[in-house]
Design a protein around this ligand. Structure first.
Ligand code: AHR
Length: 512
């Protein structure tokens, strides 16, 4: 009898460890998942702008509006891109916006010193970018040049883009360039990576420079106040956040940035497609560090701003690998596999769960650069696995976050472990609840049991992004290898929901 009891206990323990559990607190929603968490980033780098978005207004083979590819716009509209950061990146602190306005023939050319010393002819500038944002239905986020610009230049840019017609020489200049009325430009960055390519400043120095620039960033229309974002920390540089919170006057900023890339090793990043399980594990470890980063940067901000009036904008994030063989090393063109889908799904769950402080995030970068959602090659266009995750997750945009408590198995590789299940949930304006789940385990499918508190649902449906190899990707030759499929694997039984998620897969459930 005793023997049987021991065996049953062992069976239960094993079974318990094989079962991941989630408590969904459906009645505890408080914070809104700001749609800007699903933001993007476009830099004058490689073929993000030229050959990505912009093919020139004389192109006869690819349908476009004023040189902007219409197939790209159509695909991005399905993502509901809320905000788009531009023109960099490192490029932003070398960019002088007046070079990029006025008749194209008269615009000066320059060398893009950060990204391959290629010629930048300034044919895509402020008017082109802001008109494109209007076409896309996305809010622009302009990254100002603090590294090599002047406060006057930035102040003029604000006047040129946002001030009412006829209010200054800058608005007359705008009218002369074919745009009488201002655009809507709320989001402004004051420099990029001020600790690095934006000027190699110490944070104490940058805080002073920030105060100087911010003083001259005026907007006269109070109902349309600008939102100022300070160049934030790199990864775990908590000192940077601490000093900015201490030194920047509360009325002079709205958010601090944060940049974090998932890189195996900066001197040996590894192939984007041909990678081992060890490399997958390391990439995921770097990506999942985002949980600790947002928690600890937020905790510092809490000391100075317990009411969370100041936000965290993770304005660059994503996976970074070696460029594709045969491509320009400075163009950062990489393929995108199921590893990237898992990375994106888990990271977005982290942002959703921290939506009380994280109000914006910008995946790097939107087209043809780093963890892109779209790849282009002449007239061809590929939607990457990351695109599909962004599309599946857009149900969370502006929905009320529902807290989840996740008890997860461990994904073990050698002596190291990772949390396997990453989840977040929200309730949208129509009353539907969505739960997004990621299984980060490279080998094992995972059973997940969700206990629902505070709501009862009649139906569950779902979508899944999965593939038989984590190295799989969508190519120009086979663009639909990976695409979301409908998922009927979730069983709803009263207040319990059970499902099984294949390895390295992403699932989004809808409960009604
Ligand atoms: O996204 C590529 C580069 O990475 C950006 O220009 C820079 O801000 C970061 O270091």
């Amino acid at each position: 009898m005793k023997k049987i009891f021991v065996l049953v206990s062992l069976f239960c323990v094993n079974n318990l460890s094989a079962q991941n559990t989630i408590v969904l607190n459906a009645d505890k929603g408080k914070d809104i998942i700001n749609k800007n968490i699903y933001g993007h980033f476009a830099e004058h780098l490689g073929h993000c702008i030229y050959g990505g978005f912009y093919i020139g207004d004389s192109n006869k083979t690819i349908p476009h509006k004023d040189g902007v590819r219409l197939d790209v716009i159509e695909a991005l509209k399905k993502l509901k891109v809320p905000v788009l950061r531009w023109p960099g990146g490192c490029f932003a602190d070398t960019y002088h916006w007046k070079d990029g306005v006025g008749p194209k023939k008269e615009r000066p050319s320059m060398l893009n010193v950060w990204w391959g010393n290629v010629k930048e002819d300034n044919s895509f500038g402020t008017n082109e970018f802001l008109n494109m944002c209007e076409l896309l239905g996305a809010e622009p986020y302009l990254s100002g040049n603090v590294g090599s610009g002047t406060p006057q230049e930035l102040s003029d840019w604000i006047k040129y883009t946002t001030h009412p017609n006829g209010s200054s020489p800058m608005t007359d200049f705008r009218q002369k360039n074919g745009r009488p009325n201002p655009w809507h430009v709320k989001y402004w960055g004051l420099g990029n990576e001020a600790w690095g390519c934006g000027g190699n400043m110490k944070v104490e120095y940058y805080a002073n420079v920030y105060r100087q620039y911010a003083t001259f960033m005026t907007n006269w229309n109070n109902s349309d106040r600008i939102y100022r974002i300070a160049s934030g920390a790199s990864d775990a540089d908590y000192h940077w956040t601490e000093v900015l919170m201490k030194e920047l006057p509360a009325g002079m900023f709205d958010a601090l940035g944060l940049h974090h890339y998932s890189v195996i090793n900066w001197s040996k990043k590894g192939s984007a497609t041909n990678f081992s399980e060890e490399e997958y594990f390391t990439t995921m470890k770097r990506a999942l560090q985002m949980e600790e980063l947002v928690t600890r940067h937020s905790a510092i901000m809490d000391k100075y701003d317990p009411q969370k009036k100041k936000h965290l904008a993770v304005d660059e994030w994503g996976g970074w690998y070696d460029v594709e063989p045969g491509t320009n090393g400075a163009f950062l063109f990489q393929q995108n596999t199921m590893r990237d889908a898992v990375l994106a799904g888990a990271t977005l769950n982290i942002f959703n769960n921290h939506c009380d402080r994280v109000k914006m995030a910008n995946l790097a970068q939107i087209i043809n650069v780093l963890q892109a959602v779209i790849l282009t090659k002449e007239e061809k266009l590929v939607l990457t696995p990351t695109y599909h995750v962004m599309e599946m997750y857009n149900v969370h945009q502006d929905a009320t976050m529902l807290p989840v408590e996740v008890t997860s198995n461990k994904y073990i590789l050698g002596k190291d472990t990772l949390t396997t299940i990453w989840a977040s949930a929200s309730k949208d304006k129509n009353g539907a609840t969505h739960i997004s789940l990621v299984n980060a385990d490279a080998k094992q499918a995972q059973n997940v049991s969700i206990n629902i508190n505070g709501a009862s649902y009649k139906t569950v449906s779902g979508r899944i992004l999965t593939s038989d190899k984590m190295q799989n990707y969508n190519s120009f030759e086979n663009p639909n290898k990976i695409a979301p499929a409908s998922y009927g694997g979730a069983q709803l039984n009263g207040s319990k929901l059970s499902l099984n998620i294949p390895p390295f897969s992403v699932v989004v459930l809808e409960l009604k």
